[in-house]
Design a binder for this molecule. Structure first.
Ligand SMILES: [Zn+2]
Length: 320
């Protein structure tokens, strides 16, 4: 739907969830934020453009907010269907966006070697069936300003969920399209129920991102997997997200303090997931993203230290 003049939110189904793709329409060119799955572009976006009399030829900039395949899977379809489009992404996410294999092994399977939590081959097969890669034309680092024909957008570097994560500020409406830059206390299903944990990974960057977005005093925050958060609801969503990071960090430290011996990350998650959110097996295991992030923070501040267990996994204990 056109939520503000020339600002469109297009919800594309991805299983039980949706990914919202956004279009910002200027007099000269159109900017698209995220590409969903292959089918999101080929079916949902193409149909939406048709019924709203928008031109695929005018799409000049296609921003991937970050290196997740539900945000980049339609890149190849963009290449085929939008002949004037330049595909743009955060430079630090470029390698994974251009190579789904690297996205899988470096991002989704990051926890196998040191923490004993592998991502399944079935998950990889699924990714390869819905997402298709192509090269990224322009790598952004943040603070770029794009003229769409009398309408400007600003690119913001908003790391935390990934290192290269980008958000897009629409100057005309003061809305900020944030992708997955901020994730509340749960990622949601389409019906609003909790799907899986907020998978932020780089904690201090994530906290800075939340504060940065708050500083812009956005008219609204437009996410990929949540309803619109307008006015005070946007501030509340940002505050809730920041408070959640403090909660998870304090639970991690508390459990390591109470443990009689060094404890592994997945063991810690088994002990604490009911206090961190409502998810059931196997969704709660994706607490690996934020929990590892918090363990790294606690270790960098020398509150805890890590060592290798006999089985070769990393374990954590208090610094006394
Ligand atoms: Zn996402």
């Amino acid at each position: 739907m056109e939520i503000k003049p020339g600002l469109h939110r297009i919800e594309c189904p991805i299983g039980e969830r949706y990914v919202a793709i956004y279009a910002v329409v200027g007099s000269e060119s159109t900017l698209l934020v995220d590409t969903g799955f292959d089918d999101s572009i080929r079916t949902t976006v193409v149909n939406y453009f048709k019924s709203n009399k928008l031109s695929l030829d005018k799409v000049r900039y296609v921003i991937n907010t970050h290196s997740d395949y539900d945000h980049t899977g339609g890149n190849k379809a963009v290449r085929e269907l939008m002949p004037n489009a330049l595909i743009c992404a955060g430079e630090r996410d470029r390698a994974m966006i251009e190579n789904l294999n690297s996205m899988f092994y470096d991002r989704y399977n990051e926890f196998e070697k040191d923490h004993g939590f592998p991502e399944s081959e079935a998950a990889k097969d699924f990714m390869m069936s819905v997402a298709f890669e192509t090269n990224v034309d322009i790598g952004f680092s943040g603070n770029e300003r794009i003229d769409l024909g009398g309408r400007y957008v600003e690119i913001l570097h908003t790391p935390g969920h990934s290192w290269g994560h980008l958000s897009v500020l629409d100057e005309q409406t003061k809305a900020i399209i944030i992708g997955d830059a901020v994730l509340g206390n749960s990622v949601l299903l389409a019906n609003g129920d909790a799907a899986f944990p907020p998978t932020y990974r780089f904690v201090e960057a994530y906290r800075s991102t939340i504060r940065l977005l708050k500083g812009y005093q956005p008219s609204e925050i437009l996410t990929s997997h949540y309803p619109r958060y307008q006015g005070q609801a946007a501030i509340d969503f940002l505050d809730l997200s920041l408070n959640y990071t403090d909660l998870i960090e304090s639970i991690c430290l508390e459990v390591i303090t109470a443990a009689k011996k060094p404890i592994g990350m997945m063991e810690l998650i088994e002990l604490t997931h009911e206090r961190m959110g409502p998810w059931v097996d196997p969704a709660y295991k994706y607490l690996a993203y934020p929990v590892l992030g918090h363990l790294e923070v606690l270790e960098s501040y020398k509150k805890i230290k890590s060592s290798k267990s006999d089985s070769g996994l990393i374990q954590y204990q208090l610094v006394k």
